[in-house]
Design a protein around this ligand. Structure first.
Ligand code: ADP
Ligand code: MG
Length: 382
């Protein structure tokens, strides 16, 4: 347990004591995650390389005799008394989501005793670092403690994914939840979203450093576009006669090109080449070949920009500035990460080079957009 973590746990405990006038008996935490490479591949049964990061949702709690579950969220600045048996009573928002997660946990465990909890967070909400999945995983951790039961990692990930679908209205894949549950310090996860199996891939902090640069661009339009992209991918798979784009090779796509319209062809080309890039990145990382890994990140960004069309000017500028710095200036590669249409880029940089790089990129961003991006220096955590 690092010092930061000890501080966070202590902060949650103190807040709990202040809020509920008693001592907490349990603390759990769940990390956020960032995707190093492999975006818009998960719902095509493909591959991704997410990494749990050293930003956390931490929860302190104790059993209660009050009959209901009470949760205080420091980030929201409010306490909720949750109707776990009927989450839809809550209006859409964090209370419904929390009640939904605990509803599903209660079903899975055959009961759930009342408890009180305080939630603190160092994961920015809505920035694409998956605070929602971390929040859900941490709440299930509390439910496991108070029931004395536990779920296998994949079952736990599926429960949290279902909560996003049903109670947050987000039709996400399973990548975030698995990355958060199975992540380990200093490693990313090579994830096969079909099986879903995963293999650890070392990202040694003494060689490279990871910068997540938040453009601050809202992802407001993303819902409709996300659904459109899913549909275009399904149509492309159907035209190619495969169950999912995961089953198509680049050769197959090229030989069947006449079966697809131009949009479907480009969407499919992104997914097929991105799957290849994920595998190649994992192989490069195992050999500490960061030049090659960085080149693959750049190719991924260009593919998401030109073929999949989910970047925005803010993301392109950040990626282009990082590309201009290049390996000689300390940046191996940079790409948008997550669903796109706003949110963050991730840069793979030389250890020790993060400061000057952040300053230079932020300056250019400020010049173009009149504000500064937020830079998070992250490392693989569990
Ligand atoms: P992201 O997962 O990229 O951070 P989302 O919009 O998917 O963004 O998730 C944000 C949602 O997750 C919030 O609306 C809320 O329901 C839940 N959430 C995340 N962090 C907290 C927190 N600290 N307290 C309460 N709810 C939270
Ligand atoms: Mg989320």
């Amino acid at each position: 347990m690092d010092l930061e973590q000890t501080d966070r746990t202590e902060h949650a405990r103190q807040l709990f004591a202040k809020r509920f006038g008693k001592r907490s008996s349990v603390s759990v935490r769940a990390p956020g995650r960032v995707n190093l490479i492999g975006d818009h591949t998960d719902y095509n049964d493909g591959f991704a390389l997410p990494m749990a990061i050293n930003r956390y949702i931490s929860v302190a709690g104790a059993a209660s005799s009050g009959g209901s579950v009470r949760v205080f969220s420091e980030a929201v600045g409010a306490e909720a008394v949750l109707t776990v048996d009927d989450p839809s009573i809550h209006p859409p928002g964090w209370e419904r989501f929390a009640a939904g997660v605990l509803h599903l946990a209660k079903e899975a465990f055959g009961g759930l005793p009342a408890f009180d909890a305080v939630v603190i967070s160092s994961i920015p909400k809505g920035a694409g670092l998956s605070s929602s999945a971390a929040f859900a995983v941490a709440l299930v951790g509390m439910a496991e403690h108070f029931t004395g039961r536990s779920l296998e990692p994949i079952a736990k990930a599926r429960l949290c994914q279902k909560a996003e679908h049903v109670y947050a209205g987000v039709p996400c894949g399973i990548m975030d939840q698995l990355a958060i549950i199975q992540g380990s310090r200093g490693h990313a996860l090579l994830l096969d979203c079909r099986s879903p199996d995963s293999i650890s891939v070392p990202i040694p902090a003494d060689e490279v450093t990871l910068l997540v640069i938040d453009s601050g661009a809202e992802r407001a339009l993303s819902d409709g576009v996300y659904a459109d992209r899913r549909k275009e991918c399904e149509q492309a798979a159907e035209a190619l006669g495969v169950g999912a784009l995961r089953d198509s090779s680049l050769e197959m796509l090229e030989s069947e090109k006449a079966m697809l319209d131009d949009t479907q062809y480009r969407r499919a080309r992104h997914v097929v080449t991105e799957n290849n890039r994920v595998q190649a990145f994992a192989a490069a990382a195992r050999e500490s070949d960061w030049i090659n890994a960085g080149r693959l990140m750049r190719e991924s960004h260009v593919s998401l920009r030109d073929d999949f069309e989910v970047t925005v000017p803010e993301l392109d500028l950040l990626a282009d500035e990082a590309e201009a710095v290049g390996p000689s200036g300390g940046v191996f590669g940079c790409r948008m990460t997550g669903g796109g249409l706003g949110g963050c880029v991730i840069a793979l940089a030389k250890r020790g080079a993060e400061k000057p790089i952040s300053v230079r990129i932020a300056k250019q961003f400020d010049r173009a957009f009149g504000r500064l991006p937020t830079v998070h220096h992250v490392r693989g955590a569990g």
